[in-house]
Write a protein that binds this ligand. Structure first.
Ligand SMILES: Nc1ncnc2c1ncn2[C@@H]1O[C@H](COP(=O)(O)OP(=O)(O)O)[C@@H](O)[C@H]1O
Ligand SMILES: [Mg+2]
Length: 380
């Protein structure tokens, strides 16, 4: 007679208890996972776990937002591709250093896709996928911090050079006036055709050029007292400038397009100084289009600001020169064509009006300067 196998009741009970314990444990793990995920996603800075091969293993929502992709698409992607739009590891990658040194590492990285700057801190963590090494990387957005820092440096530099330039220009102004006056007197006595005449004309030309540079320098060092300020309609200002550069535009085969929005708020400004800024920007734009092109000047209101944009389809600004263009005396033009003071003077004038001046440029394609000024609606 076959023996019946009957499990003892006690063993069954033990199994059930074990099963429910396991279930409880799974619930605890699931809750911990959810808490961890919620904490991870609540961090507003991007945080990601990245393998030693630069593959993203986990990432929070902020990472997906900065990368501009769905969070599901992040896993398995290379961090340098997602963050910097590069096909190779970023220079100074903190992850490489953290893994090599087995110590936290911090460095500054740029996000070229979204033009953001980050401070990335990498913390080595031994439990990455398949037991390979990995790091937790925290990215802090320092774009605004960097911009403010650079602006501060620029302002300090401008103030120092302004003082120096002002002093020198005052000293030089009178002797140059003397040279010019005496040259012109001598020219009256020297007949046309006399070999001395050509020399005197050369002296006169050089003195006039120096006078222009000195005038630019004095302008640069002058800070507006505020007495000359009045309510200004920017559209009228733009239209008044056009005749000044019409001849240059025609000779260079440049098409000018004005896109001036109607009913714009007025700005409280020194009209002459503001005109000088626009003339500088438009002259630069023309000079950048030696083989012709399009110059578009537009005005519009944006929140509480009034914006003036000067776009050209010219040579653009190289990466190397981009950070230098507002420096006094920085020029890429031959002597006689540029003094390198136009943009530094413009920068100073716009700062004095509590405004900002920004530039975007692509080499070979063109440049856009945007001036923003605080504006007040008519009937203020
Ligand atoms: N619209 C532009 N397109 C290309 N380069 C520009 C433009 N505006 C300015 N730049 C660059 O910035 C430099 C400085 O400009 P600026 O201060 O006006 O001095 P300058 O015109 O006398 O050279 C220029 O020499 C040029 O290299
Ligand atoms: Mg210029």
């Amino acid at each position: 007679m076959p023996r019946k196998t009957k499990k003892p009741a006690i063993k069954n009970n033990a199994c059930e208890t074990r099963l429910s314990e396991l279930k409880q444990l799974l619930e605890v793990i699931e809750r911990a996972k959810q808490m961890w995920q919620a904490t991870f996603d609540a961090i507003r800075d991007p945080v990601a776990i990245i393998s030693e091969d630069y593959d993203i293993e986990r990432a929070n929502i902020a990472t997906a937002r900065v990368a501009g992709v769905d969070i599901k698409e992040l896993v398995g992607k290379k961090c340098y591709k997602i963050f910097a739009g590069r096909s190779t590891v970023c220079d100074g990658c903190p992850l490489t250093h953290a893994i090599e040194a087995n110590n936290p590492s911090i460095s500054k990285l740029g996000n070229q896709i979204h033009k953001l700057d980050f401070e990335a801190s990498a913390y080595p963590y031994p439990g990455g996928k398949e037991r390979s090494k990995a790091t937790v990387v925290h990215y802090r957005d320092i774009t605004e911090e960097k911009r403010l820092q650079q602006e501060l440096i620029q302002q300090e530099k401008m103030a120092a050079i302004g003082m120096l330039a002002g002093g020198v220009a005052h000293e030089i102004n009178n002797p140059i006036g003397g040279i010019l006056a005496f040259t012109q007197l001598l020219m009256r006595d020297v007949q046309r055709g006399d070999p001395l005449r050509a020399d005197l004309e050369e002296i006169e030309r050089a003195a006039i050029r120096c006078k222009k540079i000195v005038a630019d320098l004095l302008d640069f060092s002058r800070s507006s007292s505020g007495r000359e300020k009045q309510w200004v309609d920017v559209n009228t200002l733009v239209e008044k400038i056009v005749p000044f550069i019409k001849a240059e535009m025609k000779s260079l085969n440049i098409n000018l397009k004005l896109e001036l929005k109607a009913d714009l708020p007025s700005v409280y400004a020194d009209a002459n100084r503001l005109q000088q800024v626009l003339l500088n920007l438009m002259t630069n734009a023309c000079q950048a289009m030696a083989k012709g092109g399009d110059l578009v000047v537009s005005t519009y209101a944006d929140k509480t600001d009034l914006c003036i944009q000067v776009d050209d389809s010219g040579c653009g600004i190289s990466k190397e020169n981009f950070s230098k263009i507002f420096d006094p005396f920085f020029t890429t033009k031959p002597p006689g064509k540029g003094t390198g003071l136009g943009l530094s003077v413009s920068y100073r004038i716009i700062r004095e009006h509590n405004g900002t001046i920004d530039v975007e440029s692509e080499e070979g394609k063109g440049t856009r300067f945007t001036v923003r000024l605080p504006a007040i609606k008519e009937g203020r």
